[in-house]
Write a protein that binds this ligand. Structure first.
Ligand SMILES: C[S@@+](CC[C@H](N)C(=O)[O-])C[C@H]1O[C@@H](n2cnc3c(N)ncnc32)[C@H](O)[C@@H]1O
Length: 265
């Protein structure tokens, strides 16, 4: 969606207004995902899974987050993968709003990735953007999150990669709808509960590797899952629980595998 500075300023002003009336400081990441969170919802276990996959290549892996925006997820990853870098096309999101750009985020277009990375992360790319070729050329391991039915150009099967594993978390919209109904809209409780039964979960996490890297990636993820502790968490995860997007929860409206459950291909 290339951002226009006026749109960004309007959105930033809505965020300031939202903050004045917010019921919880954790809500804004789901209502203003671009400024304060991510388009995909995550827990600390997702960060640790992705970090473990990156470390399958080396203890000090090179890591690139493509289209990282302001770098909310990247910042968390850097607590575990110290060399992690971001690539963001739109300089205006920083300079247009007077937001300081961290040194580890580079302003460039993903079509011009000029370096090899142990792992590339592509979080929720907007429709119309397709830089699978340059990404595939510069790594052996890719983790991508995509909104089911929207981000079509995020699948790397035809680019020399095979899918190793996948799991599902809510998108920001899945959570935001429930946050709005629950905390910011006057409606009878019964009505809200009826609406909550219709909630969906749309964000898919796909782990891809070249055949030469697939087995070490799989083993690293399996080892991570064996010691996974969902009680080790970020404060904002309480919103996911309150809104009915619990760890390993199955939704009434959607009897597929429980949320956050990893399936191996
Ligand atoms: C939908 S936002 C997602 C931001 C973040 N990854 C997330 O999931 O919350 C997509 C971001 O990718 C950036 N972007 C789009 N096309 C790009 C490209 N060709 N190279 C680098 N960044 C790009 C956009 O400017 C935007 O910041």
């Amino acid at each position: 969606m290339p951002f226009v500075t006026d749109d960004l300023r309007r959105a930033a002003s809505s965020l300031s207004q939202f903050r004045r009336n917010a019921v919880s400081p954790h809500h804004e990441r789901f209502s203003f995902p671009f400024f304060s969170g991510t388009y995909f919802s995550y827990r600390k276990i997702d960060v640790l899974r992705v970090a473990a996959i990156a470390k399958a290549a080396s203890d000090s892996p090179s890591y690139l987050d493509v289209g990282c925006g302001y770098g909310d997820f990247l910042k968390r990853i850097r607590e575990h993968v110290k060399n992690a870098e971001g690539l963001e096309k739109d300089a205006g999101i920083f300079y247009g709003l007077g937001v300081e750009k961290p040194d580890y985020i580079r302003i460039a277009d993903a079509h011009w990735i000029d370096k090899k990375y142990d792992m590339v992360f592509v979080g929720w790319m907007e429709p119309g953007q397709d830089f699978r070729d340059p990404v595939a050329k510069n790594t052996d391991v890719i983790v991508t999150t995509l909104d089911q039915g929207i981000s079509l150009a995020a699948e790397f099967d035809g680019h020399g990669f095979g899918r190793v594993a996948r799991w599902r978390t809510p998108s920001w919209e899945d959570v935001n709808t429930e946050v709005m109904n629950r905390y910011y809209t006057k409606m009878p409780d019964e009505r809200r509960k009826e609406l909550a039964k219709m909630r969906g979960v749309h964000n898919l996490w796909y782990v891809y590797a070249r055949p030469s890297a697939a087995s070490r990636v799989r083993k690293a993820l399996e080892a991570q899952l064996a010691g996974e502790d969902p009680r080790d968490r970020y404060g904002f995860e309480e919103v996911l629980d309150e809104c009915g997007f619990g760890y390993l929860q199955t939704l009434e409206s959607d009897a597929r595998e429980p949320l956050w459950r990893v399936s191996f291909d």
